[in-house]
Write a protein that binds this ligand. Structure first.
Ligand SMILES: Nc1ncnc2c1ncn2[C@@H]1O[C@H](COP(=O)(O)OP(=O)(O)OP(=O)(O)O)[C@@H](O)[C@H]1O
Ligand SMILES: [Mg+2]
Length: 503
């Protein structure tokens, strides 16, 4: 046993039927450090940290906390030994208040009665300690994702956690919320809490961590000291090969004579006067801050929200899709941002998910052509490099990024003419990002059109042929590729709709 390490995972192996998720992986967390855990989608990061709470029982290996050895953990043992985890999908109950969530499963009682007032006071103290402003009585469903996450962190602190494990905490947050979360992480580090931080965003890793552990395909690769390592080095360790190019080459393929989608003064879903054209073979980027109305616009085009006025044309014909089904039939697809809520049927298989939009087409007299169904699933699993042994696998068992690929595969199979991507690479690792960019390229090279919403400036500029920027539900700027410039885009994005710049 070593004094230096608070938590040690030794030679952890985890087998699932047909998959070895972890092969002999070890991890050592020092007191008071932030250890980043990185690796591609499906590398085994979530599985590894879940062994610390008993959410995953290792096939073999040991867990040591403060020198005490365990073969397996349980949620209770984890809590008793000061370990708290913020999962990729967190566990709040929306119908309960912030205070009630904080004390979920261990309410403060006065006699046999639950002491609501005491819980609210304790909650207020906990939030104040983290310097966050949450009303303890507010229902959690009314709070933003950022605040919901803060409640999870507050819960960990309440329980006196010495180790806080965070699985992609920044993925669902807006940039302001990310800044707040960073502040809380710094605060905790100062208080002596040790942190394991999982993220695909390398800039966060460099900003927060002391050391970095890299996993690849369920194997331990290396642990580095953050200030002695470089982005290129990390990427190489994660991907297992040199990646010199971030954006794949695209053949020129825009047909300026062929307007696929045209909007004329479209209003609806909060957005006003949206006018734009997308050509065949073009990637039109939609930039702006979170809340600018980009997702809202996508929903109107996809028939998921009502258009109140204005006109939409697809290949010159006026269209008015009243629901997504009609939009899909017209050849429009939407790959949504929140894959858990809209994109994938998690309890269904990969095969069902991929074939979802086309069951009508591959069936005759309600009998599904199962051979086509299978070959479709196989084809897209291979093309998207979805890491799992079989298309019979339930989507909920896939790693976060591989779930995103299933959703993409589904729309590829649907043969749509216009594909709208809402934050296509959120939560996706560098290697898979490149694959998705290649896919977007192949879509437009086939003459399809893409509307891409992205909050990542680099991606927006790297992938788009043209960028339209929204702010406060209005269009504030448009740039052709040769004039792309991050400052300019930010200026448009923070422009008040009346044209004045905000401070
Ligand atoms: N319950 C399960 N049944 C079968 N396979 C599983 C299960 N849970 C995880 N796996 C597999 O184990 C591997 C590791 O998954 P894990 O979720 O740990 O990856 P990850 O590194 O967290 O990826 P991401 O960055 O996408 O979140 C994947 O191949 C995944 O499909
Ligand atoms: Mg994960």
């Amino acid at each position: 046993m070593s004094e230096e390490y608070l938590l040690e995972l030794e030679h952890i192996r985890k087998e699932y039927p047909g998959v070895v998720a972890l092969k002999d992986v070890s991890l050592r967390l020092r007191r008071g450090e932030v250890l980043a855990l990185i690796g591609e989608n499906g590398a085994g990061k979530s599985t590894l940290i879940k062994t610390c709470s008993g959410a995953v029982i290792p096939t073999s290996g040991k867990i040591r906390i403060n020198g005490k050895e365990f073969d397996r953990m349980t949620p209770q043992l984890a809590a008793e030994n000061g370990i708290a985890i913020i999962y990729q999908e967190f566990n709040n109950v929306g119908e309960l208040s912030a205070a009630e969530n904080l004390f979920l499963g261990r309410p403060i009682r006065k006699g046999i009665m639950i002491d609501r007032k005491a819980m609210e006071e304790e909650a207020a103290k906990a939030f104040a300690q983290l310097q966050i402003k949450i009303d303890p009585r507010e229902l959690v469903k009314n709070l933003t994702v950022g605040y919901q996450q803060m409640i999870e962190i507050a819960k960990a602190i309440q329980q006196n956690a010495q180790v806080l494990i965070m699985d992609e905490p920044s993925a669902p947050l807006t940039s302001n919320e990310v800044e707040n979360m960073f502040k809380v992480v710094e605060l905790l580090r100062k208080k002596g809490v040790s942190i394991i931080y999982i993220s695909h965003r390398l800039e966060e890793i460099f900003r927060l961590s002391d050391r970095i552990e890299v996993l690849r395909d369920g194997e331990y690769i290396e642990t580095l000291i953050t200030r002695e390592s470089t982005v290129d080095q990390l990427i190489k360790l994660m991907v297992g090969r040199e990646m010199t190019q971030k954006y794949p080459e695209r053949k020129p393929c825009i047909d300026k004579n062929k307007v696929v989608l045209e909007l004329k003064n479209v209003c609806g879903n909060g957005d006003e006067n949206m006018s734009l054209k997308i050509h065949a073979g073009e990637v039109l980027g939609l930039g702006g801050l979170v809340g600018a109305g980009r997702t809202e616009l996508a929903e109107v085009i996809f028939g998921a929200a009502k258009k109140e006025s204005g006109q939409m044309f697809l290949n010159g014909k006026e269209i008015n899709p009243r629901n997504p089904r009609e939009a899909i039939d017209l050849g429009i697809a939407l790959v949504p941002e929140d894959r858990k809520r809209h994109g994938a049927l998690l309890t269904n298989t990969i095969k069902n998910n991929i074939n979802m939009p086309i069951y009508e087409r591959i069936s005759s007299a309600s009998v599904i052509n199962s051979r086509t169904e299978r070959s479709n699933a196989e084809k897209y699993m291979k093309e998207m490099a979805i890491k799992t042994p079989s298309f019979q696998q339930h989507v909920k068992n896939l790693s976060g990024g591989n779930q995103q690929k299933v959703i993409l595969g589904k729309w590829m199979a649907a043969d749509s003419r216009l594909i709208i991507f809402d934050e296509p690479t959120r939560g996706i690792d560098v290697g898979a990002k490149y694959e998705i960019y290649k896919l977007i390229n192949s879509l437009v090279e086939e003459g399809r059109s893409v509307l891409m919403i992205s909050s990542e400036m680099e991606e927006l500029m790297g992938m788009s042929d043209r960028i339209i920027v929204l702010s406060e539900h209005k269009m504030t700027g448009e740039l052709e590729k040769e004039y792309f410039n991050a400052d300019k885009i930010m200026t448009y994005a923070s422009m008040a709709a009346d044209g004045k710049k905000e401070n």
